[in-house]
Every structure is written in C-alpha cells, then in structure tokens.
Design a binder for this molecule. Structure first.
Ligand code: CA
Length: 614
C-alpha cells in the first residue's frame, strides 16, 4: 500500500465507481422507432449531472437539445428519432469537460405490428371495473414486499388486502365466460405511501407497477393473455397529482414542478368555474392548482417539461402494455389547456384509440364540454373521445327509487337522455350503475333484486358503453352512505379459505346465483346484438310506471320494456305502432318466452322484457 501507484489506482478506481453511480434514473426507460411524433424527451436524474455533457452517436438519432433546470441533479434531453433509426441500444455518453465519465444504455424498440392503428374499446364492449387489491390474491408472496412502506392487513377496510395482477390473470376465463370484453383495473402503478395505499391514486413512480400487484412484465403478460381471451385492457391514469412519497419529492427539478402555496391549500372541487361566464380567476386557480388531499401533491402541467413527462408516460404504457384504452382520473382538475394537448397528442399517435375521462358532474352540459367534437362558446377544443356518464348514473338510481307520481321516476331517465343533443357523441359515453367511489348499486336500490335487474337491463341495452363494477354479478353491497373501504370489499372466492366462491358458485346464495346467471345471459346476448351495440335508439314518453325503448338497425329490432308496477299490468301496444310495423312476434332474450306483438302485452310484475322482434 505504500506504493504511490497503488494509491493512485485505488483513487481512480473509487472515483470511477463513484461516477458510475451518478446517474440514477433515465425516463422513459426506452422508446420506439416509427412513432408519429419523432421527438422524445428524456428526464435524467443524478448527483450534479448538470455539469455533464451528453453525446449520442447512433444512426438516425440526433440529440437536439440539452435542457438544464434549477436543480443541477437533472438534465432533460430532446432526442429526435429519425425515420432511418432502427431498434437497438443507444449509448448515451456523459462527458465532464472532455473526459467521458459515464455511459448509459438506453433502448429503442420495434413497435408491435398495427400499434398506431389499434382500436380502442367501443360500443360492442362491456367493461368490468376491478379494484385490484380487492379482487383476488393470486400471489401470496407479494403481499409483503421489502421497501414498500405498507404491508397487508385484511382486517382493515382501508388497508391492503393482497389482491394482485396474478389474481386477475387467474380469473380471465371466468370474466370472458361471463361475457365481459374489457377490464378497467384501478391504478396499478407504485403507491409507496405510508398507509391507505391500496386504491392506487397516489402514484409514487409513473413507470413502475406496484410490486405488491406484480411487475411491469406481469402487467404486460396480463394484457396479452386478456387480449387473447377477448378482453381489452383499459389503464387507469392520473396526471393531476402524484403521491407525496413520489421519488422526485425529495429532489424536485424546479420550484414550479408542482403547484405550491404558502400554506396547504385544497382544490375547491368547483368544476363549474371552468364554464361559468362570471367565475373569477382566483376560483379557477383554486380548482386547478389546489391540492386534492395533503398526500397528493398537485402537478404543474404548465411546466412544459412536466407536460412532456406526463404525456410520454401515457404513450409509453400504451405501447409497452398494448392498451386498448385509458381512463383518465379527475379530468377537469389539471390545467385544461394541457388536457387538450394531452388528448390531442394521444389521438394523433393512435387515431382509433379510446379514452374516457372522469368529469364527476351531474350536468350534461358540463360533461359535454370535454368531449371531442363539441363546439364550445369559449372555443375550448378537446380531443377526448369519451366521458363517464355521471348524469345518467344519477338519473338511473333516481328513476328506480322514487315513487312514480306526477312524472317522477322513469321520466328522470327519459329526460336526461333527452339532453343528449348537448353531446358531440353520446353513444361513446361510458355508462354505469355505480363505480369504486359510490355506494354499490345493489345498496342504492335498497337491495331490491327486481330494481337491480331493471337497472342492469337498462345499462346493458341503452346507448353507451356499459361498465360494471366487480362483484355486482353476485349482489355485492355496501352501506348507503359512501364508505370506500366497504364499497371496495373483497370479491368472494378471491382469497384462499373464503366461505363463498363467486368464481365457481360454491357457497353463493340462490339469490346471488340467480343474479349472476341473469347478468351472464344478458352480457352474452349483448355480444351478439348488433342493434344494441351500434343501432339507433328510440324511446317513448314513460307512462303508467313503464318505460319503453327500441334499439334497431337494418337487420335487428329490439324492444326493451322496463316495468316498475308491483301489480300485473297490460301494456297497450298501439302506442308503439310506429316501431312495430311488420312485427308479429317478440322473443324475450332472458327467458326465451315468445309474445304476440299485437293488442296488449301482459307484463311480468316489476321486471324487464328484452324482446327481439320478428
Ligand atoms: Ca398478493
């Protein structure tokens, strides 16, 4: 050790070792050749890397711009991926003055054939919404993961219960057999929060599946296997906020990376200020820049680096996992200009894709504002194809549960559909009886199985793309006041040792088995019913507690009769003559029973008839 040369070697060895560790992260971790937008922006993070100059020598790839920010631990690199670029490993060499100090390999991948032309979910689909932590625990070894702050506790309604991607994968056959054609899992990305992390909306790494759910690779496998079984995957995304344990919270690129306030300031949730002609800017700022909750820092999408980061992240997941759709959380809370650009970029890259935005508002005029093709008085132009139809959800529960007097009840549903003139494309709305944020539909209708069936018949036969929350098929219920932990209860049979198993039917009550069989019948029939998927809708002014509508195209005609009468009721068919021309018979798709379509129709007490007409 006394030899000065040895000391020198040790010194250089150590410094080399030290410099190798300087760059901790490059995102996105890879990109693809042949994208419509040829530029990709890399976020590079590491100790004092702003001192380094990156160089790239790869055919077809040009380093266009190196951007430094306030924090010297970041560099942003704009790469132009030219048409001549081929898939392969790009070496990014980082120099300190003229001395190379670190080389990072970053990959360019080949796109899947037909990637740009992929078709998003559509009217032929019925979406099954899953809260992954609560559906099925297919892998016991990932319940407790080192480095993840929260462990399992199935006794705690707000704790992690252990459900995962493997649990979904194991039951794809069940879901496809039921007749569902698309899955929307609540967010699967890492939520390394101290507690209450199971719901997934406090993302701590936008490029990583939470290890308690699985891995990026297992998510991709799930998507592939689901696709093979006729199930599309819709990814739940959030660009409004991240989780307070996100890795960058320890070392923000710049002060304006987040929307910050002198004191903690919450959003006012007053989404109507966006359209309100008299609203003041201060109230708008509060909506956009206020935080959702203390544990969810509000992201500043007006920072162009943040904007790029989020948009590329969405595109990355579409390409990486082979998605058929995105559900975008809290659509009206981020900067609206950014959401217009986000949706434009995605739809430009994937012209036949579908994205549904969550605008939780019961006014169709407000929801319609955000849909592609809507001409807004303020000139706002969205490229978002679909929205969650909250107005219809509220009207449905109302229609089923209020007493039918003085034009209440069914009329609520009739009139809300009458507002469809406000939408650019009402048939592309996602319709649902409930979701993960509200009491279970069965609870909403007072656990009345007849009303439950009426409601589901409506959702599966009216216009729109139906979405059903997991467990609805076996009458999962909840308190009637919102209680998230109990709304998102464990699916029976998803855990070894469960008394009831909804997958096999073992241990279910007769009522549950009947509900499941009913839903399965309707779902499977819907898969064959082009008139319901893509046909027109005509509905009649509700009368005598009965709501009647038709779905029809050139080759198929379906009459849906929703009857709330608790006593036998004869429906006079003469009112519907305009839709029944040339029709003699109606066959109930639920029971196979055939009816003569003239004179009067004896309706079953409190129930639905779905008649295929001939
Ligand atoms: Ca697990």
């Amino acid at each position: 050790m006394k030899n000065p040369l040895t000391l020198l070697l040790i010194f250089f060895g150590l410094s080399n070792l030290f410099s190798q560790a300087r760059i901790s992260r490059i995102e996105p971790p890879n990109w693809w050749v042949g994208m419509h937008e040829p530029t990709v922006q890399l976020l590079v993070h590491g100790q004092q890397i702003a001192d380094l100059s990156p160089r790239i020598d790869y055919p077809g790839v040009r380093l266009e711009r190196v951007i430094k920010v306030e924090n010297p631990n970041y560099l942003f690199l704009d790469l132009h991926i030219g048409a001549a670029a081929r898939a392969g490993t790009v070496s990014i060499r980082f120099f300190e003055k003229e001395r190379p100090v670190e080389t990072r390999n970053w990959e360019l991948w080949q796109r899947e054939p037909g990637s740009a032309q992929r078709r998003g979910f559509d009217n032929a689909d019925v979406i099954y919404l899953i809260t992954p932590d609560r559906f099925a625990n297919g892998d016991l070894t990932n319940d407790q993961v080192e480095d993840m702050r929260e462990g399992p506790n199935r006794q705690n309604p707000g704790g992690r219960h252990g459900g995962d991607i493997e649990g979904i994968r194991q039951h794809l056959k069940y879901l496809a057999d039921m007749g569902f054609t698309a899955l929307w899992p609540n967010p699967l990305l890492e939520n390394n929060m101290d507690r209450y992390s199971y719901h997934g909306y406090a993302i701590t790494d936008f490029y990583k599946i939470d290890p308690r759910f699985g891995s990026n690779e297992s998510f991709r496998t799930l998507a592939k296997e689901a696709n093979d079984k006729g199930l599309k995957i819709i990814m739940d995304m959030v660009v409004n906020h991240c989780g307070s344990r996100h890795w960058w919270m320890e070392d923000l690129p710049s002060a304006d990376w987040l929307n910050t306030w002198e004191q903690y300031t919450e959003t006012n949730h007053r989404k109507s200020v966006i359209q309100d002609p008299y609203a003041v800017e201060a109230d708008r700022k509060l909506l956009y820049d206020g935080w959702f909750v203390t544990t969810m820092p509000d992201l500043n999408q007006r920072n162009p680096l943040m904007a790029n980061y989020l948009t590329q992240n969405s595109i990355w997941w579409i390409e990486y996992a082979g998605l058929s759709g995105i559900r975008m959380d809290t659509y009206s809370y981020p900067d609206p200009g950014y959401m217009a650009e986000w949706s434009r970029r995605l739809m430009q890259e994937y012209p036949h894709f579908n994205i549904v935005g969550e605008e939780w508002n019961y006014n169709p005029a407000i929801v319609a504002y955000w849909q592609r093709g809507k001409v807004n008085p303020d000139g706002y132009q969205s490229h978002l194809p679909s929205l969650m139809d909250f107005p219809l959800q509220q009207a449905l529960t109302h229609a089923l549960t209020v007493k039918e007097t003085g034009g209440r009840g069914w009329l609520a549903l009739y009139e809300i559909l009458g507002q469809d003139f406000q939408y650019a494309d009402p048939f592309n709305l996602v319709i649902f009886p409930d979701n993960h944020d509200m009491p279970r539909f069965f609870a909403q209708v007072g656990e009345d199985v007849d009303l439950f069936k009426l409601g589901l018949t409506f959702v599966l036969t009216t216009r729109g793309i139906p979405q059903i929350y997991y467990g609805t098929e076996v009458l999962m219920t909840s308190p009637t006041e919102r209680n998230d932990g109990l709304i998102r209860s464990d699916f029976p049979g998803g855990w070894a040792g469960d008394k009831a198993d909804a997958f096999s039917g073992k241990g279910l009550t007769d009522k549950q088995l009947d509900a499941r069989a009913f839903l399965k019948k309707l779902l499977r029939w819907r898969k064959t019913a082009a008139a319901v998927q893509t046909g027109k809708l005509a509905h009649f002014d509700p009368k005598d507690n009965v709501y009647v509508y038709f779905r029809y195209n050139e080759t198929q005609r379906v009459m849906v009769i929703l009857n709330k009468n608790a006593r036998p009721h004869d429906l006079d068919l003469s009112r519907f003559a305009g839709m029944l021309q040339g029709i003699t018979q109606g066959s109930n798709v639920l029971s196979g029973q055939t009816f003569s379509m003239s004179g009067k129709l004896a309706l079953p007490v409190k129930g639905a008839l779905v008649l295929e007409l001939k």
